[in-house]
Design a protein around this ligand. Sequence first.
Ligand code: FES
Length: 518
Amino acid sequence: MRITGTGHAGMRIDTGAGSILCDPWVNPAYFASWFPFPDNAGLDWAALGDVDYLYVSHLHRDHFDAAHLRRFVSKKATVLLPQYPTSQLEDELRELGFSRFLKTRSNEVHELDGGLKVMIQALTSPTDGPIGDSSLWVEYAGVRLLNQNDARPADLSVFAELGHVHAHLLQFSGAIWYPMVYELPQAAKTAFGKQKRDRQFDRTWRYIADLNADHVFPIAGPPCFLDDALWEFNDIFGDEGNIFPDQAVFLTEYAKVGGSNGIVLLPGSVTDLSVAGASTTHPVDVAAFFAAKTAHLQDMRQRKAPVIAAEKAGWSHPQIDVLGAVKKRLEPLLDESLYLAAGVGGPVRLDLTDTDGPHGRVVESILIDFPARQVRPAADEKVRYRFTTGRVLLEHLIHLDEGDWVNSLFLSCRFSAARIGQYNEFIYSFFKCLTEERLQYAEGWYDEHHKAVDAEDTHLGDWTVQRRCPHLKADLSRFGVLDGDVLTCQLHGWKFDLPTGRCLTSVGHQIRAEKTTP
Ligand code: FES
């Protein structure tokens, strides 16, 4: 089996029974904020795109690059489609010209021609990707690979049970706006960022230990940020609170916990994988490349400046009545929403500036009053969350009829946020469900999830607690770490105060716990 790195979460897998192209991403994503790092635009994409199978793990724009798929990937390719609750991924691929689909069933092995086997695990909670994220398992001639991508399965046992895995490719770096966009003192941001960076690595070590593959490949990040306004997010300033460590940092940190089987794939790196081992060739010297990372980024910044300028030129649509359009789109959804609106529980304000980001003069303020199910001009009233961003970004979202603001505005990091109290996952779930289909799905999911009785227990220190995490059901006997009476679930780092059962990270996620009598 041969794995060719194509950048970020992308790779091409070649076997004697066919080739699979995974998540090719080249064009900037999220309002031209994210670019693939290292630059992969110079690869021979015509050759890479001439494949038998295409796997797009999910619809996040750093995995689903519509312009690239349209231009470079063979429409004769059969799409290996994850089993998602909505048809959006299939619909969008059909629009690009793909017509052959293998609709996989989650966690079931599918045998393709020539002895190639694949299995896709689809994660389908409202908090997984843009309502859906997935991992791809491949087996050919006794060699097995898991492309976990940036998915966060509760455990990897379903893959491990299929036999020893030889290559495990997984995310290790950040891919979110927290904590950078929060209006906090720099010291607090650094402290939160450091916690997050540590947690990302801890989760990665846990997954690696669980699968125990022969070789580990750090993939799916970090992106790089080339616009002046976002340049500081690149991990080149020695900031211990930066959440975007690169693959070279991964190798260093991995070595500290005894890991010596890591392989970095640059765009164009090729690993020949067999049961006996792996040999990799790189287009450039890897250590030298990362040693010159800043120069590489500066170079890229210059080259891509016209791309960013061209994108920005298309954002402004001053004729759009933003308040009217947001009201028209959100109020019917607020009316239908039980769990999400109740989960948000208070008003959220959007402050819109006269720039393309949070820094500028606020020219309009819109209040989304979740309890009253109403959108109106904001008066001087207390809010639970406040987002500040450029008015042009909202104009463009409305122009595009965008139904997922997480997969556009929030991941762009072109906003600032302030909140009172804990993180509230329902806000972001709501903003990714701005269509009837998505909202209905999310509401149904929360309904089922909250009704599910989790009767199984596990024992941690002096405590008997429910075995499955109240967040997304991670197995706490594996992911739970106790520090005094506070339990941390390492899958997403949520904390629970066991004496009260209260979730310390987010509202609305009580845990069942009881002190075991000595
Ligand atoms: S499953 Fe997300 S924190 Fe436990």
